[in-house]
Unconditional design. Structure first.
Length: 378
């Protein structure tokens, strides 16, 4: 904070505009309504399905980033571009999300004397692999987070990792136990468990979201004669990510009849509100998955992996089932077990999901944490 002036301008920086608008839209809109000037800094996807509209009243600065690239020259250009934008905009406070904005955005902010908060949204592909470049990434991440005024994390495993790696002192680390939260007035309760069961995977089409396990489980159940269900995938094909599923593989699985691909919709509630929807996510790693929180809010039963970032959304046997990651057999067994439940038991699962969302995932709790951080600067 510069001098004794109150915060007037807040900048949000992410590796996609889509991520900023979809995951933090409620926070951004609320701060704008409170009278803050809000600036978004992120790339606009060239893929039409991941393009995002700029919220009303919000300034947008487009900036390029090689999200998953490892070319130091590209990263240096990104840092210089961020520094230039920050120097021109002169925000009073900055919130960074995902690895590269956390690293290079924090360095730029500190050089300009601008306070900032970094959010570790998950361990991610870049931190999971072991290589010389990844060790360098960890070193840079440690340097950056140690310079941030506050660090957000979304699950206890990430909290333990940050502290063990000495990324920041405990007093600067804030755990958001309900992740980034969802707007419970927007995602309203509604469930109808009669009729055909729809096992719906809502995710980017990536291997480490569990795409192949989902397809294999669908194949297993169909070949066993389970016909009163269908398997649908909703989400973009993110070709910029190293573990993306190719269009050819996706089309092959659809052509064979194992799954249906429903593409991308502007309002996921339209699909979630269909009768018989069970949300499935066999992911390998998450911060705290938003699609699962939205599913809870709308009262959907959930089948997901027993990993940090997913297990928080399920009380096993009460609103869904947890299965080991990378285990298509266990996934198929859980799907089969759900279909064997009575209509009354399925309704009980639904009600428990909504109750869990109300207790843990209300975005108003997250907004309170943002406001506390800004209040400390004024």
């Amino acid at each position: 904070m510069r001098g004794n002036d109150k915060i007037r301008k807040i900048l949000f920086c992410d590796n996609t505009l889509w991520g900023l608008v979809n995951f933090r839209g409620h926070i951004i809109a609320h701060l704008h309504e409170m009278g803050y000037s809000v600036v978004l800094v992120a790339p606009q996807s060239s893929d039409t399905v991941m393009k995002s509209s700029i919220p009303d009243g919000v300034e947008y600065r487009k900036i390029e980033i090689d999200r998953c690239g490892r070319n130091p020259l590209h990263d240096w250009k990104y840092f210089v571009a961020l520094y230039s934008v920050y120097r021109e905009v002169r925000p009073d406070y900055i919130f960074h999300y995902t690895i590269k904005p956390n690293i290079y955005g924090t360095f730029a902010a500190k050089l300009l004397g601008i306070p900032c908060t970094d959010m570790m949204t998950g361990m991610g592909y870049a931190l999971k692999k072991k290589s010389l470049l990844n060790r360098l990434a960890l070193y840079l991440y440690r340097m950056a987070l140690n310079r941030a005024d506050t660090v957000f994390c979304l699950n206890r495993e990430n909290q333990d990792f940050i502290l063990k790696q000495k990324f920041c002192e405990p007093q600067r680390l804030v755990l958001l136990p309900g992740g980034e939260g969802v707007d419970l007035t927007y995602f309203r309760y509604g469930y109808e468990g009669r009729g055909k069961t729809i096992f719906l995977m809502v995710a980017r089409v990536l291997a480490d979201k569990g795409y192949r396990e989902f397809v294999q489980a669908a194949k297993t159940l169909k070949e066993s004669g389970r016909n009163n269900c269908l398997f649908a995938l909703l989400g973009p094909v993110d070709t910029s990510y190293p573990t993306h599923i190719t269009q050819k593989e996706l089309e092959t699985d659809v052509d064979k009849g194992w799954i249906e691909y429903w593409g991308v919709v502007g309002d996921v509630r339209v699909v979630l509100s269909k009768p018989g929807v069970v949300v499935v996510l066999p992911s390998y790693h998450e911060g705290l998955n938003r699609s699962l929180m939205e599913a809870c809010a709308m009262g959907k039963p959930i089948i997901t992996t027993d990993i940090p970032g997913c297990r928080e959304t399920v009380d096993h046997g009460k609103n869904g089932f947890l299965v080991p990651p990378c285990d298509a057999v266990a996934l198929a067994d859980a799907m089969s077990a759900f279909m064997d439940l009575s209509v009354e038991e399925k309704q009980t699962f639904s009600l428990h999901s909504r109750k869990k969302a109300e207790e843990l995932f209300d975005v108003r709790h997250v907004l309170d944490e943002y406001l506390k951080i800004l209040a400390r600067q004024e």
